[in-house]
Design a protein around this ligand. Structure first.
Ligand code: ADP
Ligand code: ZN
Ligand code: ZN
Length: 728
């Protein structure tokens, strides 16, 4: 029989499939295979089969192995990644392979341990077992007594149980049933709160809607009961003992809490999580459980949007506005956007949840593309909204970055045994080291950035490339020994507070202090046990955590974001401040938020004081329309970097000329240096392209990328296309 041709996706930077002969293996599409490509063996995925190939017969190679006993990757996932490859201008094979758990990309066989439970067959009798087979007889009696036993129970019978059971399986005395390892179901069932009218209305809207694709925006501030709505929706959608739900969360740190809450409320539904804190074995196991349909709820960070889910019924994207959903290297996809595409492909509803939806999302809600479900109050009746006030820093002197008003407010909390949180978006001791004589500022040699002072370690660090050096004893420029750490970071604030309130128990929460595995959990436990009076931290603190005894939030030094050249800065700041404000007064104690700013009358703060996201969003949308920024236009960036900027410039110039020549309705700007001109020793530039609709931009990019891949500089330059970029 002639061998058939397999069209195989490989992890190589070429946007094509590769033809191989099947080598006599009875391969299905979606199967993993081992091939030699060039001189290297690698893993591929069979995307299609064909009768013929354009490759001459004598050049065609056969695959070396097919992993026939593994389940195949389903066509839904192929379709989704095909869409991504086209939309983000990324090679399909790379997109596909990089969506798999690492174990499945390695050429060693990916054994995930499978677990079984055993029962006796109907025809099994003790007489069928020879008297000298002691272990088999013991197994028989145990199964006769207990019905079904899992591997742990078997191991308790005898160390030699595996061999015995193997023989009994062959003899038809015992049958095995696979039980998913890693799938826990919970015995504990926590109580259901009675839904408030907003929640009831939201749930009924989604469940009462005819089946099919539809996008819902669940808009409600922190504590308004969004998670409760997710839980009820999941229960509804999975109630017929079938179906799966995918829940995306922006950050690994948020998965354990959500996981625990889902498990205790939905104990009968097997749940797995997928994120990068899992080791490779766990990741593979959980992925397989999702793929097999055994896991009914999958909670994961952005990459899990590509998990095979054969019976997907509902997608939920929590904190849909969060920038962590955007992948910043490789294929620069946005997991929320891909989740929308996936829901559309599967023809099922999707719920986006947020207190401060992304402007793109808000725009779609206003134009009727999405339907809004609003939760207007905090779910716990007594938990009122916090009072938000600005402290005018032009009228109130700051000492070490702190106003008296804020310090007094913290002292009050301390006296009452309540907790305070100070939010500052800068880790380290001070953002710059300044020479008081010649104003030299310690720079990073590899980046266009300043080195941050980490005083306790006596070091300067670049927060962009990780470069580190000792704090110099004197100014390298003029020799002056009077070098000043200038500005404020978390470490300095911690030190200042310790001096002001020696009796207070202070905890700093930032990337430096939370490096240890488990540090964050210990922090949360300490706060809940009331072992902490004051938290000082970065946005790490802002997200999702619930601190019932916290009644004051102080916000320090956010003014730079008000006037940032990044057109998304204000949107981001608003959402960040709403989020930290949400930390205050969650339980029955009223909360207060104090914001130190030189611009207390800024529209952003006015909207924040009223907690009026719609008003602020509508103002920003008007600005965006005026400026023709997204969502009123579509942007793609060609980002390029090399050791030598002249090369980058030549490459980008060629790209710009080519793009112009394609005659699409797309504005092609001149190449410019990136905002961060140098990063990790590479000189960077970019080309911006903008259009009023997606199609011309997509057509242009497709042709442009094909030309760039053939350009002689292609090999000397690192370049990437960023469609719908969040960073410029
Ligand atoms: P969000 O996800 O919007 O932050 P949650 O769903 O976590 O809000 O709800 C905030 C708090 O209110 C939680 O402690 C939750 O258990 C509680 N809660 C939610 N809905 C209700 C309700 N209808 N009645 C009473 N408590 C509720
Ligand atoms: Zn100097
Ligand atoms: Zn650097």
């Amino acid at each position: 029989m002639p061998q058939s041709i397999l069209k195989i996706a490989l992890d190589v930077p070429l946007d094509k499939l590769f033809d191989y002969l099947d080598g006599g293996f009875d391969v299905a599409t979606g199967q993993r295979v081992l091939v030699t490509f060039g001189r290297r063996r690698q893993i591929g995925l069979v995307v299609a089969k064909a009768a013929e190939s354009d490759v001459p017969a004598n050049k065609l190679r056969a695959i070396e192995h097919a992993y026939l006993d593994e389940p195949v990757v389903d066509s839904q996932v192929f379709r989704l990644l095909r869409f991504c490859a086209d939309y983000y201008q990324y090679p399909f094979g790379q997109a596909l392979l990089s969506s798999l758990p690492a174990r499945l990309r390695q050429t060693e066989p990916a054994v995930s341990r499978r677990q079984f439970a055993y029962t006796l067959t109907a025809s099994a009798t003790l007489e069928a077992i020879p008297g000298r087979k002691v272990v088999q007889r013991r197994v028989f009696s145990a199964l006769a007594e207990h019905g079904e036993l899992n591997e742990t129970a078997m191991a308790a019978i005898s160390a030699g149980w595996r061999k015995a059971v193997q023989e009994m399986l062959s003899a038809g005395l015992v049958q095995a049933r696979e039980v998913p390892a890693g799938l826990r179901t919970e015995a504990r069932h926590s109580a259901e709160p009675e839904l408030n009218p907003d929640q009831t209305r939201s749930i009924e809207a989604v469940t009462g809607n005819p089946a099919g694709f539809k996008t819902w925006l669940l808009h409600g501030i922190t504590g308004s009961g969004k998670t409760e709505v997710y839980i009820r929706l999941i229960a509804q959608f999975l109630k017929d003992n079938a179906g799966q739900v995918l829940v995306l969360v922006p950050e690994i740190n948020l998965t354990p809490q959500l996981e625990a809450r889902f498990r205790s409320r939905l104990p009968q539904l097997p749940l797995v999580s997928l994120h990068s804190n899992l080791n490779e074995g766990e990741r593979l196991q959980n992925w397989r459980l999702a793929q097999s349909g055994m896991a009914r709820i999958v909670i994961g960070t952005r990459l899990s949007v590509f998990t095979p889910l054969p019976d997907l019924r509902l997608v939920i994207v929590d904190e849909e506005h969060d920038a962590s959903y955007k992948q910043q290297d490789g294929m620069r996809y946005h997991a929320r956007d891909i989740a929308l595409v996936r829901a559309q492909h599967s023809d099922i509803p999707i719920v986006l949840g947020s207190a401060t939806p992304a402007l793109e999302t808000w725009h779609n809600a206003r134009t009727g593309k999405y339907e809004v479900l609003a939760l207007t109050n905090r779910a716990v009746a007594k938990a009122a909204l916090p009072q938000i006030r600005c402290i005018d820093t032009t009228r109130n002197m700051l000492h070490e970055g702190l106003s008296d008003i804020l310090v007094d407010a913290m002292r009050e909390r301390l006296a009452r045994g309540e907790q305070s949180l100070l939010f500052i978006n800068r880790r380290g001791y001070a953002p710059v080291l300044l020479c008081s004589a010649c104003y030299w500022i310690a720079p990073c040699m590899r980046c266009s950035a300043r080195l941050v002072v980490h005083l306790r370690q006596g070091r300067l660090r670049c927060h962009h490339c990780g470069h580190e050096q000792k704090i110099p004893p004197a100014c390298p420029s003029c020799g002056n020994t009077d070098l000043h750490p200038t500005g404020h970071g978390t470490q300095r604030l911690e030190q200042t507070l310790a001096a002001l309130m020696p009796e207070a128990r202070i905890l700093r929460v930032d990337r430096d202090s939370m490096q240890r595995k488990n540090a964050l959990n210990e922090m949360l436990a300490a706060v809940h046990a009331d072992e902490i009076d004051i938290l000082v931290g970065t946005q790490m603190l802002a997200k999702g955590h619930d601190f019932p005894n916290l009644t004051l939030v102080g916000v320090i030094d956010t003014d730079s974001a008000l006037f940032s050249p990044d057109f998304r800065a204000a949107e981001r700041l608003f959402s960040q401040l709403m989020q930290v404000a949400g930390r205050a007064g969650r339980a029955d104690k009223p909360g207060e938020v104090l914001i130190q700013t030189a611009f207390p009358d800024h529209v952003l703060f006015n909207a924040l004081r009223e907690q009026d996201y719609p008003a602020f969003a509508n103002t920003l949308l008007q600005e965006r329309e005026l400026m023709q920024f997204p969502p009123h236009s579509y942007i793609a960036l060609l980002k390029a970097e090399a050791n030598d900027y002249a090369l980058v410039q030549r490459f980008l110039r060629f790209a710009a000329d080519t793009a112009h020549g394609l005659g699409e309705k797309v504005t092609v700007y001149d190449p410019v240096r990136s905002q961060m001109e140098r990063l990790k020793g590479m000189e960077r530039g970019q080309l911006m392209m903008q259009a009023n609709s997606r199609q011309p931009l997509q057509r242009l990019l497709r042709h442009l990328v094909a030309r760039l891949r053939e350009h002689p500089l292609n090999v000397k330059i690192r370049w990437a296309v960023d469609v719908d970029p969040l960073e410029f």
